[in-house]
Design a protein around this ligand. Structure first.
Ligand code: FE
Ligand code: CA
Length: 524
């Protein structure tokens, strides 16, 4: 039986499982008429012996009542879970019960341990006499152990209103070992663009816990997104739209009082926690939440996930009336060049550089949200400007990071990013102005799942000023599909046909290779 067929079936309850379920009465005041597992299941952070298993009970996913998130009454509910070595969940190797806490939207985060390395597992949840869909994951190899091949997808920027999630469906069909969500997993605002294919359900910008929760819940009602989470474990970071467009640390795009904005950030981070398969260490405390971490795949690969939003210095020259990213020249905005400014914040920078120094992996992926290469944007008057809202707004911090990569001799560094709604393949250098400067790291940026791309012709006109850019295309939506082996990384830019067509197909726009010990993407 193929994986997709397995996943599309509801759990078949065998005799023993049915008895196990019957021993638990429906503990909710909600009637069990509606499926409590409407938001599906997910797994994340697969280690050699563990993985995080996720679900959230929400029989009415878009309940407008803040007292009854997901249609659940204010009780904490026990949820049983089972992990098996077969897709029918008959060879059960781990099982337990976890509380679905009302205070966290009845989300469930199971830290399942005692698994074997490099193995496939299937899992499901049971509550109130109902069984969840069956999820699938593969654990990582033991620490330092060889791994012949790792296949992963890279996705970002999925605006529900602007298209169907066919990119997620086609990635699911590739049966990846791992999916990297690089941010803009939801969009907080309501689009004013014409020709939306569907609407954010509440019709308002998400600003509080109820509206952020319902935004995630609506995204998870999408069958293509649910199927992707069911099929493969993930690692996830956020970008700006999980909270607010172009926010930086405690600074909102519209110059709200930082104390007021931090309340909003707390609600947004909590909703992110409630909907992602994150480990307990990520659980938010007020407006603070840790998502940066290292994740290993034996001797083959280390993924260093970083948070580019929570700790960054405020945007350069960010002043009323218009907040958020803008094009600035060095003359108009010397603040951009200030070496004290940080993109990751001091503590996270220090952590990252320690990880660079300590990594023994053959390949090292920096999993972050945005474009890192320098992008000189030539204005109509011929002046060179830079965008203030990605790494180009923090050039000293970028130089520090690349110097650390070079200085520690980090093996095969590859920077992965999103946010830009366009494919990029770049050489990262300490001196972007010197064509002879050595390439320090490779960079790939995934296009958006649905969000509109920047104007192609205008960016193409800047190519001559930016020789480190090996490839750029903003005309397609899709994802990156990566196949990693000890000797080489292959990255395919996968483009979907038409986001307005829920059945649209996929094709490979361009393929790149990075050879071991030779930084820089080359067309395959
Ligand atoms: Fe985006
Ligand atoms: Ca973004």
């Amino acid at each position: 039986m193929t994986l997709r067929r397995t996943l599309s079936r509801r759990a078949l309850l065998t005799g023993s499982a049915a008895a196990f379920i019957a021993s638990r009465a429906w503990p909710l005041s909600a009637t069990p008429r509606d499926d409590p597992f409407a938001l599906g299941v997910a797994s994340g952070y697969p280690g050699p012996d563990r993985a995080v298993l996720w679900t959230r009970l929400a029989p009415e996913p878009l309940s407008p009542d803040p007292q009854r998130p997901g249609g659940m009454s204010p009780d904490t509910v026990p949820v049983d879970w089972e992990v098996a070595t077969d897709p029918q969940i008959t060879q059960i190797v781990r099982r337990g019960t976890e509380a679905a806490d009302h205070d966290f939207g009845h989300s469930v985060h199971v830290e399942c341990r005692g698994l074997e390395p490099g193995r496939e597992y299937w899992y499901h949840f049971i509550a109130g006499g109902a069984a969840s869909p069956i999820g699938h994951l593969r654990t990582a190899p033991p620490p330092g152990a060889p791994l012949d091949r790792l296949r992963f997808g890279v996705v970002s920027c999925a605006n529900y209103e602007l298209g169907y999630f066919s990119a997620y469906r086609h990635l699911t069909d590739e049966n990846p070992d791992l999916v990297l969500f690089l941010g803009d997993y939801i969009y907080e605002y309501v689009s004013k663009l014409p020709g939306k294919v569907r609407e954010h359900s509440d019709g308002v910008e998400a600003t509080d816990l109820r509206t952020y929760r319902n935004r995630y819940a609506q995204y998870r009602t999408d069958p293509d997104l649910r199927a992707l989470h069911q099929a493969a474990p993930c690692l996830a970071i956020w970008d700006d739209h999980e909270v607010q467009n172009d926010y930086a640390n405690d600074r909102s795009q519209n110059f709200a009082d930082p104390l007021v904005f931090l309340k909003r950030r707390a609600a947004a981070y909590q909703a992110f926690w409630e909907h992602m398969p994150l480990s307990a260490w990520a659980r938010p405390r007020g407006p603070d939440m840790t998502i940066f971490c290292r994740h290993d795949y034996g001797a083959l690969a280390t993924f260093l996930l970083v948070d580019g939003r929570q700790f960054r210095s405020r945007l350069a020259c960010d002043r009323p009336p218009k907040g958020g990213g803008k094009q600035v020249t060095d003359e108009a905005c010397p603040e951009r060049l200030d070496a004290r400014r940080s993109y990751l914040g001091k503590a996270q920078e220090a952590w990252l550089y320690r990880e660079f120094g300590g990594s023994a992996a053959r390949w090292n992926f920096l999993v972050q949200g945005q474009l890192m290469a320098e992008l000189k944007e030539r204005l109509d008057d011929g002046e060179i400007s830079h965008w203030t809202e990605d790494w180009n707004g923090y050039p000293a911090a970028r130089t520090r990071l690349l110097e650390q990569i070079a200085g520690t001799g980090l093996k095969n560094p590859v920077v992965l990013g999103g946010d830009f709604h366009s494919f990029w393949a770049n050489d990262l250098k300490l001196d972007f102005d010197d064509p002879a400067a050595p390439v320090v790291a490779s960079e790939f940026v995934a296009t958006s799942v649905t969000s509109n791309g920047p104007p192609y012709e205008r960016f193409l006109a800047w190519a001559a000023d930016n020789p480190e850019v090996r490839f750029f295309d903003s005309r397609k939506r899709g994802y990156l599909s990566a196949e990693l082996r000890p000797e080489r990384l292959e990255v395919a830019c996968r483009a979907v046909g038409d986001v307005r067509d829920p059945e649209t197909g996929v094709s490979t726009l361009q393929r790149f290779v990075v050879e071991n010990a030779r930084p820089g993407p080359r067309p395959a």
